[in-house]
Design a protein around this ligand. Structure first.
Ligand SMILES: [Zn+2]
Length: 196
């Protein structure tokens, strides 16, 4: 029994990683629900229904019609503005993007900031903190993504492109959720201790 759950968990996370990767690259799969040249009849929707209307995907949650997508929330997370929020210059250098992801400012601003830390003798601590925070952020993201994936099993998963994804199978939802939370906790402590 234990072996079976382990196997499922492995498959699950591997699949989710590639899903997340595709998503970041903007590959969300073919859209469904919209059909050209076919006039849809008016329909009544109920709680949990998912449908496409005016090029958006809608659902009814807690009795309210809304566009809901956990996946799109992740997409917004990696969105980069045109200009650096600190110096207002256009971010077009190759190193601007990876730096913006971590520091929320352009490469030049990061260099300047790190230079000032070096002058104050704080650079070493800063790098250590950065590394720890980065590892913790990745862990948090994976944990919440996996938990969302499990909880989305009942009503499917919707991306703005109208892709409805469903996970089927009779695995033990609560047991896996517990495992994810527990393992994340252990890993979190390990990261903090290692970098202390
Ligand atoms: Zn800047």
């Amino acid at each position: 029994m234990q072996q079976k759950v382990q196997g499922l968990k492995k498959e699950f996370s591997k699949r989710d990683v590639s899903r997340l990767r595709n998503l970041v690259k903007g590959k969300t799969g073919a859209s469904i629900g919209t059909q050209i040249g076919y006039k849809k009849e008016t329909k009544d929707y109920k709680e949990g229904d998912v449908w496409t209307e005016n090029r958006k995907t809608w659902t009814i949650k807690n009795g309210i019609k809304q566009t809901v997508s956990k996946l799109d929330a992740i997409k917004k997370e990696v969105f980069m503005p045109l200009c650096c929020p600190e110096c207002n210059k256009v971010m077009k250098k190759r190193l601007d993007k990876p730096n913006y992801k971590v520091h929320k400012k352009c490469f030049d601003c990061v260099v300047e900031f790190e230079g000032s830390l070096k002058n104050k003798g704080l650079y070493k601590d800063y790098i250590k903190d950065l590394k720890t925070n980065n590892e913790l952020a990745i862990l948090d993201e994976m944990e919440s993504y996996l938990l969302n994936a499990i909880n989305a099993t009942n009503d499917g998963y919707v991306s703005e492109q109208g892709t409805v994804e469903r996970w089927v199978g009779g695995y033990e939802k609560e047991k896996i959720a517990k495992d994810i939370i527990e393992n994340s906790k252990i890993r979190r402590e390990a990261i903090k201790n290692k970098n202390d």
